[in-house]
Design a binder for this molecule. Sequence first.
Ligand code: HEM
Length: 249
Amino acid sequence: MNSLATAPAKTGRAIKPGRLPGNPALALWSTPIGKKVVMAVTGGILVLFVIVHMIGNLKMFAGAETIDAYARFLREVAQPELGYSGLLWIVRIILLVSVVLHIVAAAQLNRMNRLARPVGYEVKKNIATSYAAVLMGWGGVLLAIFIVFHILHFTLGAVGFKPGQYEDLQVYHNMIIAFHVWWIFAFYMVSMVALCFHLDHGIWSMLHTLGWNTRKNRRTLRALSRLIAVVVFLGFISAPIAVMAGWLH
Ligand code: HEM
């Protein structure tokens, strides 16, 4: 097993107990298994977010009133206690911290694995696991680029719209304009394919790291990961396709 996401990461060097940081959280973070746990927990938070976001996007099919009201609700919820957008900002910060930790842990695990790889030997790799590791790595890079573009696009209206086209809190209007532009539509489709592969392998890997898979439930959990990935994929692509096809206008 040599997969970034499923194999126990190898440092090649044993960490001497005396050299571990005194703080238990930092001590855990300095080990490969600690980084895998961080990836699993932050990945879990991100999976929950994409499921909720995908369900929210389906409100496009209920019309402009419904999805625009939902966008306002996300800002007004927990008012006056947390103020306008207060809860949204808390969620944004949790997501940002999760994405950063997820990427840093992945990069460091990848580096540890590369350093530990024996040099000069012909290493027999399991084709399926190395394929998954490459797919997770490059797919993850594409998703990171997608997230930056996506926030500049739909949250800020700073890219992908002609001057005056983007309207704050008019989600329906913005989506209709956005997905009539072929390269934006294509970029979102390709990114959602990457998301689908990432979730398929990532959810399974998360369940594995957290120790939830047993010999008995292994096939069920593998199928469940695939099912969630495909449902999220279909949920996300449905509105852009409906716009492009002219079913939503
Ligand atoms: C076809 C796929 C997607 C579509 C059509 C879409 C659409 C949107 C729209 C319209 C908004 C603005 C909502 C608002 O202003 O209330 C938004 C916000 C956002 N989306 Fe997506 N989204 C998609 C996929 C994703 C994915 C896969 C992720 C994460 C991996 C994601 C992460 C976000 C984030 C972080 C925000 C910003 C929320 C904020 O801070 O205001 N989106 N999305």
